[in-house]
Design a protein around this ligand. Sequence first.
Ligand code: ADP
Ligand code: MG
Length: 597
Amino acid sequence: MPIRILAPDVASQIAAGEVVERPASVVKELVENALDAGASFISITVEEAGRRLIEVSDNGGGIPADELPLAVERHATSKLQTADELFKIGSLGFRGEALASIASVSRLTITSRTEASAQGMQLRVDAGHASPIKPVGAPVGTLVRVEDLFYNVPARKKFLKKDVTERRHIIQSVTRYALAYPQVRFHLRQEGRVILQTSGNGERREALGILFDAEIARQMLEVVYNSETLSLSGFISPTSLTRASRQGITFFVNGRPVQDASLISALLKAYHTLLMVGRYPLAVLFLDVPPESVDVNVHPAKAEVRFREPDTIFTGVRNALRRALLAHSPVPEMGEQLRWQPEQSWQPPNQPAWQTPVHPSSAPSGTDWDPFDSRRWDEKTPAAPSDPTTGAVSSQQARLPSERLPLLRPVGQVASAFLVAEGPDGLYLIDQHAAHERVLFEHYMAQRGEKIPSQALLQPQAVELSPTNGRLLEEQLPTLSALGFEVETFGPHTFLVRAIPALLTNLDPGAALRVLVEDFEEDESPLQAELEARIVARICKRAAVKAGQTMSPDEQRALLLDLESCQSPRTCPHGRPTMIHLSVDLLERQFGRRGAR
Ligand code: ADP
Ligand code: MG
């Protein structure tokens, strides 16, 4: 075909695709316009999940009659004049595209009245074709009606998700603005029911309760931080409140909800070592920076931003959050007082092996943060000092998960699943599978960067995955090669496996590959390091000895030795405990021996 300039309506449908992806994008753009117009009350009505009707009315400044036809033209805006202004944008809109885009894929009616005029004016646009404006009675403000969204773009319509999903996106979007603008009264009605209503009294926790739920809102910790370069406010969850995905995390930059990997990563860094691997905090955070230090014009839907000095922002946000977190919850930092303290006065019985005290030099230092550590600190059980009367380390302190293990003597195996071991401070029941997972995990992680042992297959094997999993895997290929896999694409969602990590050689290559994509979430893009840790955790889970497997005394001893040399022996890579410790102290209490002597 020869090169041709696209017809205007085709071009605008293409452009609309970037701005208007789904009903919630329409709601977002219209609400932004109302906020830009200075509204103090915004009412949103949605029918049939936005397919039939989306109506947004506001009591803002309105559009003057002579400008009304312009409002639906592409690149027509009242918010920007020169290119310089792009770098100091104070409004939510500036691209002059939203109304034009919406108009090209729906039937659009705008009714608006300014304070200065006695009556309202109405403009109708049908699939991009405007009729002449006509006067109507209307209050000051603007009412935008979007009917039959995508009626002329059947392909787009097909891509819409189930009604519940589209409705959820709408609610989420409105709730976010309600949170960001607590002084504005919001009202959302879907299918005739009031879904969300805020009072506009300036209280953010009110909207927080709608975004999550009242109980969660109550538990969320407030963040208030101001420095020369940024100010940060909002809410983050205590370490006891987590989710399996990052979906509970929202950042606003200068009042605009954005997706920004570095902000999320700064948040996760603040929780570093405080959450289990694969768990994420909830957060609603408002970052305000001078407009000239952020470029908001990088994404058609304005969902991404670029910071002039990303490192400063990253460090500032991380530190502010870390501080807030530690101020609010008595989370133990790894410090002197939390170290394992072997009681020197305690005299072991006759076994000479025990006279070696706990590896004193191997206790983690205060600054030594292991990025892949998966301990979970329980804020409700602060460290208790060791009990001076018995010399035994109290059970609470013994449970502090950051500590290395003392030397253990294997006693036996129970139910082919648990090891029983004796230590200087009591009895240990060890989950053999979880413990082995931990051992393999630390071993594997320590080898990263060098060459991870892999086993070449005698014959490369083709493995076909589902299209979704295939796509997910494809994105991870570079990561996989660093982890001992040798895999290449071999046709659509088919892969050729040449080598797999030595640990997995008992699995067939297909199973080994599937292990990796098992529960990747499609819309998640974890950080590289986190991703590797997750993949490795998954590999180790498959490779670890299973419950039900009988272990010989030698194998038991070897596992305990390996566990003793782990950095975080007390949890598996997924954060579950590897062991239960029954301290001498506890045993004495249970047997009513305490104080008897
Ligand atoms: P942008 O918001 O990027 O300027 P839009 O297409 O969303 O582009 O809107 C075009 C123009 O229409 C805006 O610049 C504004 O002047 C006007 N406008 C749109 N919605 C409203 C509203 N609710 N109240 C007042 N003016 C509005
Ligand atoms: Mg706009």
